[in-house]
Write a protein that binds this ligand. Structure first.
Ligand SMILES: [Mn+2]
Length: 227
């Protein structure tokens, strides 16, 4: 059977857009994908941000506890909606906020935090990547959270087909390379941009689009969902 891959965008639990996440679960039920890939930034880790933050909003224990519960619930719903789908969890820059700060301040403690992060991002019957640099490869398509902001930059870097998240702006671009078509698909986002932790990037935030990515025999495309 041909692959049908559904790409779940940045969610930033516990600051998710509930309506959009529910619509994505509905789409998974309807589409019955062979693979579901969450593109990273599963958890926001606002409490561990190196930027100014308001910790009266939430304590680290509350934020991470709530995010973990919501993430568990998310993967359970995905597997209930499409029991045969293979599930993958990528890591994004937000997912390694704590690890990065520990690595800067107490590099000797890396192994402790690595174990903690592995646990935090492990879910039953889900394959989780080990770092933000780990690339998931399914057929001739690469999946990575990404770090570049312009659609097409990762495709140029890898000279191949690639799916990313990160910029929160959904869409697809195509290019001819050595008589073959390559492309980049961005899966958009599914977070609540009204939540305080998402109040960054004033100008870019206006361009953020909610939805998900889909790749099947019709090619790659971004499917928008109303906010
Ligand atoms: Mn993100």
């Amino acid at each position: 059977m041909a692959n049908k891959i559904l790409c779940v965008p940045d969610i930033h639990f516990p600051f998710e857009n509930k309506k959009v996440v529910n619509k994505i679960i509905e789409a998974i039920k309807l589409q019955q994908p062979t693979h579901v890939v969450q593109m990273g930034d599963l958890i926001d880790q606002y409490s561990f941000s190196r930027y100014d933050k308001n910790l009266e909003l939430t304590s680290p224990r509350q934020e991470i506890g709530k995010a973990r519960n919501l993430a568990e619930e998310f993967w359970m719903k995905v597997q209930k909606a499409a029991p045969k789908a293979k599930c993958y969890q990528l890591l994004g820059n937000h997912d390694v906020r704590l690890s990065k700060r520990i690595a800067d301040k107490v590099p000797e403690a890396n192994y402790i935090i690595a174990g903690y992060i592995k646990e935090l991002y492990s879910f039953p019957n889900v394959t989780t990547m080990n770092s933000t640099k780990d690339i998931l490869q399914l057929g001739d398509v690469k999946f990575i959270h990404g770090y570049l902001s312009k659609l097409g930059d990762h495709m140029a870097y890898f000279s191949g087909k690639v799916v990313v998240g990160h910029s929160h702006v959904g869409g697809a671009v195509f290019k001819q390379l050595n008589h073959k078509t390559i492309w980049e698909l961005n899966s958009g986002y599914a977070a609540n941009e009204k939540a305080l932790p998402l109040q960054y990037g004033e100008t870019s935030r206006k361009k953020w689009t909610t939805g998900y990515g889909l790749i099947d025999s019709d090619g790659p495309r971004f499917i928008p969902i109303a906010k």
